[in-house]
Design a protein around this ligand. Structure first.
Ligand SMILES: Cc1cc2nc3c(=O)[nH]c(=O)nc-3n(C[C@H](O)[C@H](O)[C@H](O)COP(=O)(O)OP(=O)(O)OC[C@H]3O[C@@H](n4cnc5c(N)ncnc54)[C@H](O)[C@@H]3O)c2cc1C
Length: 433
């Protein structure tokens, strides 16, 4: 029998945040994860709140929280509360800084805009060091968008053309350039971000890359690059590149895999291991046994008949994207424990007629129903030692509201804190729950 204080299911941002919090508070913690998280596809910036459910744009997320709570009282942010949202983001940023990835936000707590791979501007709140945080004035003489010949996942021309349509950039010249490395991709094969990360570790390619950057850009420019440096250690390479060239860089996450997102995930995994946590990567939780209203153990695909026991459990299995939720013809399910869902099937409107219209799709806000401590319901009762967090939760829309990263960090922090604050119920009281 394997026994832990805390077992965490899922190693996206939610699971990693909760697992690190638990392990760093002296709990023997195991983290079980079946595969890649949304971070492999994410920008590496964290959105806190960019739009209210009624569509109104948000410039200062914390000032808009009271309105959000009025419009959607069941929103996970409301469950967590403003002070905990702030505390969670501060704790997360400090931890990431300790892991070598300093994340920053605007001094007045406003949202900033980041440049996307489409050349559009996307509102976000917390960004990595080589992400230019745009407000309205462009503090550069020129924008130089650079890619590498043979890299198929990033179009500097598209960024140039779309960015120049934005009024803020109307008076800033934007140019696009390609750098040709001394090596070429084999045959018809094109490079992906990880191939280039590997190629740019080779001294001859690196020197050529640095020389070419200095040929195309100067110290007054903002140099927009696809995120192709390092595989986990990209910030060290960017800092070296800045020292060698004297240029100001802006990394943009291109098509997946996103090196900006992977960098965050890898840093958190390292931190969890450094703290002494146990990681079961590549394994999936298939089932669990309940005693009264308490989860007692987990079964996983690899452990066979051996059960994994813990005093408390955190569930962070994500949404449809990571199979934490499953959409079937007539219903949406949480597939491991069949937890109760918060959905509005009855109204029959799962989605809007226009995929990219101005209204939120209801199915995005479907998810697991919880109490104020983020404990889910199963067969009509609260599971007393299981806490849910992140994208699996109901009643928010990370896409429409632009709040995915913030909700994930705040709910993971809240769930882990509640878990450690709540004394475990005895069997007698469990029977009453
Ligand atoms: C493609 C994409 C891009 C996004 N980009 C951004 C962004 O740039 N900024 C932002 O703020 N928000 C973004 N979001 C919003 C996103 O919801 C959150 O930011 C956050 O990444 C969700 O984290 P999570 O840990 O809850 O879930 P996930 O990242 O989905 O992680 C869930 C984890 O659980 C594991 N898992 C699932 N089932 C099991 C099982 N049975 N056993 C074991 N493990 C299991 C999965 O393998 C995965 O590792 C994005 C979302 C998506 C889908």
């Amino acid at each position: 029998m394997i026994h832990y204080d805390t077992a965490v299911i899922g190693s996206g941002i939610a699971g990693l945040t909760a697992a690190i919090y638990s392990q760093s508070h002296g709990q023997r913690t195991v983290l079980i994860s079946q595969g890649q998280s949304a971070m492999h596809f994410a920008s590496g910036s964290f959105d806190v709140l960019s739009r209210l459910p009624d569509g109104a744009p948000v410039s200062h997320p914390f000032k808009s929280m009271p309105t959000l709570f009025q419009l959607r009282p069941t929103h996970p942010y409301h469950r967590v509360g403003i002070e905990t949202i702030r505390a969670s983001l501060t704790w997360f940023s400090e931890m990431m800084a300790g892991c070598g990835i300093p994340l920053t936000h605007q001094a007045d707590e406003a949202n900033h805009f980041r440049i996307t791979a489409l050349g559009t501007l996307k509102s976000t709140w917390l960004s990595q060091p080589y992400v230019y945080q745009h407000r309205c004035e462009v503090p550069f003489k020129r924008i130089v968008v650079i890619s590498v010949k043979g890299y198929r996942d990033f179009s500097p021309q598209m960024i140039r053309d779309n960015l120049s349509l934005h009024p803020d950039f109307a008076n800033t010249p934007i140019v696009s350039q390609f750098i040709t490395l001394p090596v070429r991709p084999n045959g018809t094969h094109n490079w992906r971000a990880l191939d280039l990360a590997h190629q740019l570790r080779i001294e001859a390619n690196w020197q050529h890359w640095c020389e070419q950057l200095n040929h195309f850009a100067n110290a007054d420019d903002l140099v927009v690059l696809p995120a192709i440096l390092g595989n986990g250690d990209g910030l060290i390479q960017l800092s070296e590149l800045h020292k060698i060239t004297g240029l100001t860089f802006n990394e943009v996450a291109a098509m997946p895999p996103s090196l900006l997102g992977i960098r965050i995930e890898e840093a958190l995994l390292r931190e969890f291991r450094r703290l002494g946590g146990t990681l079961l990567r590549g394994d999936s939780v298939t089932n669990g046994e309940f005693h009264y209203n308490k989860l007692v153990n987990l079964s996983t695909a690899h452990l066979g008949s051996t059960k994994l026991h813990a005093k408390r459990f955190i569930m962070a299995t994500g949404s449809y994207f990571s199979q934490g939720l499953k959409a079937e013809y007539h219903q949406i399910r949480e597939p491991i424990f069949e937890l109760e869902m918060d959905t509005n099937y009855q109204q029959g409107n799962w989605y809007q007629p226009r995929f990219a219209g101005n209204q939120a799709h209801p199915f995005v806000a479907f998810g697991v129903k919880t109490d104020a401590q983020l404990r889910p319901y199963r067969q009509g009762k609260v599971v007393s030692n299981l806490y849910c967090c992140g994208a699996m939760l109901a009643n928010y829309d990370p896409v429409f509201e632009g709040c995915g990263g913030g909700v994930t960090i705040a709910t993971a922090f809240h769930a882990a804190r509640q878990m450690l604050l709540t004394p475990q119920a005895t069997h007698t009281s469990e029977a009453i729950l």
